[in-house]
Design a protein around this ligand. Structure first.
Ligand code: FES
Length: 149
């Protein structure tokens, strides 16, 4: 794993790179989250108040300040997906994966996959929740390959 400073210094010290920086730091962390130390280093590097950095990390649901399991399964709860049944889909996924050793399940805002409503994302891979059987098959296949890596 690259250390925090190596990741941060890949980017120019400008606020426009903040989100990219935070995503990369989160992905590189073994707990898949943004530590207090990494948020402090980002604030120092960008010469911004740490509260500003934490505010951004709080705002985006794909960013976490608490440890997560290896895979993040997100269900979009924004308008189009809500109308396409995302709340029921979330409930079904929670009953199947709520205590899964590799998966953290979370609600999120629009994933930019509205044409697949209700949209689901497992790490960086997008799925449609319209066919729950196919979705579960895809998630199980992905988690099986991650259990072996
Ligand atoms: S509203 Fe769900 S992906 Fe856009």
């Amino acid at each position: 794993m690259e250390n925090t400073d190596e990741i941060i210094r890949k980017y120019p010290p400008a606020r426009e790179y903040l989100l990219s920086m935070l995503h990369e730091l989160q992905d590189a962390d073994p707990g898949k989250y943004l530590t207090e130390a990494s948020l402090t280093r980002v604030a120092e590097y960008l010469q911004l108040n740490k509260a500003v950095i934490k505010g951004v990390a709080d705002y985006y649901s794909m960013l976490s300040q608490r440890p997560r399991k290896k895979l993040l399964l997100q269900v979009c709860g924004s308008l189009m997906c809500h109308h396409a049944g995302s709340a029921e889909l979330y409930t079904r996924l929670r009953s199947r994966y709520g205590h899964h050793p590799l998966i953290s399940l979370a609600h999120c805002e629009c994933l930019g996959q509205c044409q697949q409503a209700p949209a689901v994302q497992l790490d960086q891979e997008a799925f449609s929740g319209a066919d729950i059987v196919e979705l579960i098959r895809s998630i199980d296949k992905k988690t099986a390959s991650d259990e072996n890596s």
